[in-house]
Ligand binder design. Structure first.
Ligand code: COA
Length: 137
């Protein structure tokens, strides 16, 4: 398995989301905003992209989104490898004396996957609940 940085394209993004039953965004919206990732990682098996993860953010606050491993490739450590690469990207850019946060919204039932990688459930003693507002036109 090869892990590629910043090569995620529209077709693979669309297909991978579809492979796990996630609704896609419009093509126009996706093509426009996929250009604005901070960092992406894809897992490629013999030229075929089987998994992806994206990091968006500004160097202080970050969000991990679109972590998808195609069903036939799940449970082989690929998802963990991708999320760890996204974390390493952030770690590598935090200056000495600086700090940064990485957020994500786990799919229902997937919290355990992220907990194994070191993410903490919120709320906890120092932090209230995560919140979300959807916008649809
Ligand atoms: C969730 C997902 C990304 C995990 O990727 P994966 O490559 O199958 O996961 P890994 O093989 O790296 O699993 C790592 C560990 O997490 C565990 N794990 C995987 N899915 C889990 C889940 N739903 N709940 C709890 N633990 C889970 C595995 O058992 C494994 O533990 P182990 O190392 O003790 O054996 C993948 O199943 C997926 O794409 N699902 C559909 C899309 C999705 O829900 N994405 C997450 C969005 S928030």
């Amino acid at each position: 398995m090869e892990y590629c940085k910043n090569t995620l394209c529209y077709d693979d993004y669309y297909r991978l989301r579809q492979s796990v039953g996630w609704m896609n965004f419009s093509e126009e919206q996706t093509r426009e905003f996929l250009k604005q990732n901070l960092y992406t990682v894809t897992a490629v098996d013999k030229s075929y992209t089987v998994a992806m993860g994206r990091l968006i953010g500004d160097g202080m606050y970050h969000m991990v989104v679109d972590v998808v491993v195609q069903p036939e490739y799940q449970k082989r450590g690929i998802g963990t490898h991708i999320v760890n690469m996204l974390i390493e990207y952030v770690e590598g850019r935090v200056p000495i004396g600086g700090r940064a946060s990485i957020f994500l919204a786990a799919e229902k039932g997937k919290e355990g996957f992220y907990e194994k990688i070191g993410f903490k459930l919120i709320p906890h003693e120092y932090c209230g609940s995560g919140m979300r507002k959807g916008i649809q036109k």
